[in-house]
Design a protein around this ligand. Structure first.
Ligand SMILES: NC(=O)c1ccc[n+]([C@@H]2O[C@H](COP(=O)([O-])OP(=O)(O)OC[C@H]3O[C@@H](n4cnc5c(N)ncnc54)[C@H](OP(=O)(O)O)[C@@H]3O)[C@@H](O)[C@H]2O)c1
Length: 293
């Protein structure tokens, strides 16, 4: 019995010094995505605190019961996540560097910025990027079930970012650093610019005499059904409409009815639809190609 006491004390001391099972995270900025990540990690039981800028952001973090970071949190964090606009990443890095511990990794959430954004950092530490492919317009939005592009300058940080993805229910993908701008353009085409496309659809219905609100109400379920078709059957088999049916007369009537700006967009997207359609007779394809030039 006498001998076991010091061993117990030793084990307790080792336990106190041991790194926590999950990385300690400070989120800088409590906006849309920073808020959603903080809430998600908190719910997953991670040690997460927020470092907001304005009084409004402090109140937002408090309303979700997210702890505010103090100097010790910044110094002891494993990951410091910069949830600020892309244009502020370099400046916030510069402002925070001296407050962070030497082993704290800096991670941005931008899809467009390469890791070279951190090239001007004064301190040697790991740098990373964690870009969820999800449109977050409120911190309460669900992250789980989406993909996330992960990049890092160190193997240890990559493991931590993979663990963060798993905790948030995100599926990690890797994007070559040289392809970041094209990757992010694809993401924008598939999210924000789908809203622009919906606006074009709404305008066509307004042109037909419908009210704007009623038009959006009618088109949203239609858009969802198109997404469902694509999700279950892929791009080629999920495609519907007059191009895939080879309905040349219908396409012609659409082009005659639409105002010029909408007509140009319709032509551009229909040419894309024609590329996805392999089964049309040669003369129908030629007629559509001529019409859509
Ligand atoms: N939202 C999305 O769907 C989404 C998806 C993928 C990636 N991202 C990326 O996530 C990052 C954040 O985007 P977001 O949409 O979450 O932006 P956001 O909602 O506008 O939030 C940005 C936050 O940064 C703070 N901030 C702004 N300038 C700052 C500065 N100079 N110093 C410190 N804090 C500053 C703001 O503080 P105040 O509240 O005090 O003004 C705000 O809380 C961006 O890199 C973006 O590309 C966003």
């Amino acid at each position: 019995m006498k001998k076991s006491k010091p061993r117990k004390a030793k084990r307790a001391a080792v336990k106190r010094r041991a790194r926590p099972a999950t990385p300690r995270v400070v989120i800088v900025g409590f906006g849309r995505l920073g808020g959603a990540i903080a809430i998600g990690l908190d719910q997953a039981g991670w040690d997460v605190s927020a470092f907001p800028r304005s009084g409004d952001a402090v109140r937002r973090a408090a309303s979700f019961r997210i702890r505010l970071a103090d100097h010790d949190d910044l110094r002891l964090a494993d990951l410091c996540v910069l949830a600020v606009p892309d244009g502020a990443v370099a400046q916030v890095t510069e402002q925070l560097e001296d407050d962070l511990g030497p082993d704290t990794a800096l991670v941005h959430l931008s899809g467009a910025l390469p890791l070279a954004t951190f090239a001007k950092a004064r301190t040697a530490r790991a740098f990373g990027s964690f870009h969820p492919l999800v449109a977050v317009s409120d911190p309460r939005d669900e992250l789980s079930g989406h993909s996330v592009a992960v990049a890092s300058t160190s193997r240890e940080l990559k493991g931590q970012l993979m663990a963060m993805a798993a905790a948030l229910g995100l599926e990690p993908i890797e994007v070559p650093e040289t392809g970041r701008a094209a990757y992010h353009a694809g993401a924008v085409l598939s999210a924000g610019l789908v809203v622009s496309l919906a606006d074009a659809g709404v305008s066509a219905l307004e042109h037909a005499g419908l009210d704007r609100t009623a038009a959006l109400h009618a088109l949203l379920p239609l858009m969802r059904s198109a997404l469902r078709g694509m999700e279950s059957r892929g791009l080629e088999k999920g495609l519907t409409g007059p191009v895939v049916r080879g309905d040349v007369g219908v396409v012609q009537s659409h082009l005659e009815a639409l105002p010029p700006e909408l007509g140009s967009l319709y032509r551009l997207l229909s040419r894309r639809a024609l590329r996805l359609t392999a089964t049309l007779p040669a003369e129908t394809r030629l007629a559509l190609e001529r019409l859509l030039m």
